[in-house]
Design a protein around this ligand. Structure first.
Ligand code: SIN
Length: 482
C-alpha cells in the first residue's frame, strides 16, 4: 500500500496549466465520509479556454508521425505503472473499491494506453479498384478533431484511458470532464501526461460540479467534433438529443442489465465463482455486472447452497484494510436506490435469502433475493449495487426469452458444458458482449460496447481506434495516354 498525497491536484488542467476558480466542491471518501480535498469548479470561461486550447493544439498534434504519438503514450503508460500503488490508493480513497481491485484498475487502465500506442502506427488506408482506366482511388484515415470525453465514477481511471488513449493515438486532442465524485484520478493522469511531455492543450481536464454545463458545451460548440460518453442510458439519451442539432459524432457506452444464465449441465463451482466475480466487482457498480441470475430449476437448490457459502466469506469494509473484498457504495443516494429496489422486490414476492441490510454508512450487505420475477424493478433496471436476484427457468427457450426481454444489450453470461449450447445461446443473445463460462470479459484487445439502449460504438481493440478516425476518399484523374 502507498500514500497518494503527491497526486492530489485541486483544479482543472487546461493548456498545460492548473487553472483554479473561486468556487470549489468537496471530494469525499465513501468509506469514511471524510473530505479528501476540495476541487475547483470550472467557470464558463475556463470551459471555453479548454475547448480553445484543444482546438489550437490539434494541427501540430495530428501533424506528428504516428510513432511520435505512440512513444509519448508508452512513456505515459510506463510512468503510470511506476506509480501504480499510489494511484491505486488515491482511487480507493475517492471511489471506495478495495485497494487490490483499484490496483487492478490502474493496470487495466494502463493496458489501454499500451494497446493504443501499438495501434497508433497501424492506421491503414486502402487502395481501391477503379472502374475507369484513368482513375486512381484511395481511402486515408484522418483524426476526427477535438474530442469531448465524459467519464463516470465507477472506473475513475480506466474509463478515461479507454477513451483518451485511442483519441490521442489517432491524432485527436481531448477535453475531458471526469465525474464530479471522482476527479482526483483524472487529474493525476493529466499530471503524469504532462510530466512525460504531451504538448500543452492536447489533453485538458475540466473539473466541474455542474456536468450539464460542459455537456451542453460539447453538444453545441463547433470546435468539438466528437463526444465520447460512458454513463447512464438516461444521460446518454439526453446527450444524443442535444448533440443531434449539430450532428456531433457520438460514442455511447451506457447502462446494462446483464443476464447470468446457469444451465442444468453447468459446472456449479465455476459458475458460482464466475457469478461472484461479476456481481460483486466494484460492489455491483459496473455496467457489465450480472444483474439477473437465471438458474435451471433442477439445480437451483444446490447452486444457491454453494453460492451462499462462498458469499459468506466475502469481507466488506474500508478498501484500504487488508483482506477486504467489497467496499462501500459510492453515495447515500446509491444506498437509497438499492434499498428501494430491494423493497420493491419484496413487495412483489421476492424473499431475502441472505443480507438485505445496510451494515453502516454506505456499506450494504451482499444480498440474495430469491423468487425473482420479471415484473420486479431489479429485474428491469440496472441495479448498480450488491443485490443478486434469482429466477428459476425450465428450458433453454425460456432462459433466452427472459434474458433478451430488456431494452438493454451490453453484456450477457452463461455457463454450460454443451458445445451446442455454446453456439446456439451465444448467437441467440441480443447483446454486444457474451461471456461463455467466463465473466472476466474486459480486455484492451476486445471491443467493449452494447446494442439496443446500451449504446453505440466500441471501446478498446482495433475497433476502438476507428471511433476517432474518419475515412477520406481521394481520387485522381490521370491525363489520357499520350
Ligand atoms: C463499465 O462499467 O462501464 C466498465 C466495465 C469494464 O470495463 O469492465
Amino acid at each position: 500500500m502507498s500514500t497518494y498525497e503527491q497526486f492530489i491536484f485541486k483544479s482543472s488542467f487546461i493548456n498545460g496549466e492548473w487553472e483554479s476558480s473561486d468556487s470549489a466542491y468537496q471530494v469525499l471518501n465513501p468509506s469514511t465520509g471524510e473530505v479528501i480535498t476540495n476541487v475547483s469548479s470550472a467557470t464558463p470561461s475556463q470551459i471555453d479556454m479548454a475547448l480553445d486550447s484543444a482546438n489550437q493544439a490539434l494541427p501540430a498534434w495530428k501533424g506528428l508521425v504516428a510513432s511520435e504519438r505512440a512513444d509519448l503514450l508508452m512513456k505515459w503508460h510506463d510512468l503510470i505503472i511506476e506509480n501504480e500503488k499510489a494511484l491505486a490508493a488515491l482511487l480507493t480513497a475517492e471511489q471506495g473499491k478495495p485497494f487490490r481491485e483499484a490496483l487492478g484498475e490502474i493496470r487495466y487502465g494502463a493496458s489501454f494506453i499500451k494497446w493504443f500506442a501499438g495501434e497508433a502506427v497501424r492506421v491503414y488506408g486502402d487502395i481501391l479498384t477503379p472502374t475507369k482506366h484513368n482513375k486512381r482511388m484511395m481511402v486515408v484515415k484522418e483524426p476526427i478533431g477535438v474530442v469531448g470525453a465524459l467519464t463516470p465514477w465507477n472506473f475513475p481511471n480506466a474509463m478515461i484511458t479507454r477513451k483518451v488513449a485511442p483519441a490521442l493515438a489517432a491524432g485527436c486532442s481531448v477535453v475531458l470532464k471526469p465525474s464530479e465524485l471522482t476527479p482526483l484520478s483524472a487529474l493525476a493522469l493529466a499530471h503524469l501526461a504532462n510530466e512525460v511531455g504531451f504538448p500543452a492543450g492536447v489533453l485538458n481536464v475540466v473539473t466541474t460540479e455542474d456536468p450539464s454545463q460542459i455537456g451542453d458545451a460539447f453538444c453545441s460548440d463547433p470546435r468539438v467534433a466528437k463526444i465520447s460518453f460512458t454513463g447512464s442510458t438516461a444521460v446518454g439519451r439526453m446527450l444524443a438529443g442535444n448533440a443531434a442539432a449539430n450532428l456531433k459524432k457520438l460514442s455511447l457506452e451506457l447502462g446494462g442489465n446483464a443476464p447470468f444464465i446457469v444451465f442444468e449441465d453447468a459446472d456449479i463451482a465455476r459458475a458460482t465463482d464466475g457469478l461472484i466475480a461479476s456481481k460483486f466487482r466494484n460492489n455491483g457498480q459496473t455496467c457489465i455486472c450480472s444483474n439477473r441470475v437465471l438458474i435451471h430449476a433442477n439445480i437451483k437448490e444446490k447452486f444457491v447452497e454453494v453460492l451462499k457459502r462462498k458469499m459468506s466469506d466475502l469481507k466488506i469494509g474500508d478498501g484500504m484494510e487488508r483482506g477486504v473484498d467489497i467496499g462501500p457504495l459510492i453515495s447515500n443516494k446509491a444506498v437509497d436506490k438499492v434499498q428501494e429496489l430491494q423493497s420493491d422486490a419484496v413487495e412483489k414476492g421476492g424473499v431475502i435469502a441472505m443480507g438485505g441490510e445496510v451494515s453502516r454508512g454506505q456499506f450494504y450487505q451482499s444480498t440474495i433475493i430469491d423468487h425473482g420475477s420479471t415484473d420486479m424493478r431489479c429485474f428491469r433496471e440496472e441495479i448498480f449495487g450488491p443485490l443478486l436476484v434469482l429466477y428459476a427457468f425450465n428450458d433453454d427457450s425460456e432462459a433466452i426469452q427472459v434474458a433478451n426481454d430488456t431494452d438493454y444489450g451490453l453484456a450477457a453470461y452463461f455457463y454450460t458444458s454443451s458445445i451446442d449450447r455454446v453456439y446456439r445461446v451465444s448467437e441467440a443473445l441480443e447483446y454486444g458482449m457474451v461471456g461463455v463460462n467466463a465473466t472476466v470479459i474486459s480486455d484492451a484487445s476486445a471491443p467493449f460496447g452494447g446494442v439496443k439502449h446500451s449504446g453505440q460504438g466500441r471501446e478498446g481493440s482495433k475497433y476502438g481506434l476507428d471511433e476517432f478516425l474518419h475515412k477520406k476518399y481521394i481520387t485522381v484523374d490521370l491525363a489520357q495516354d499520350s
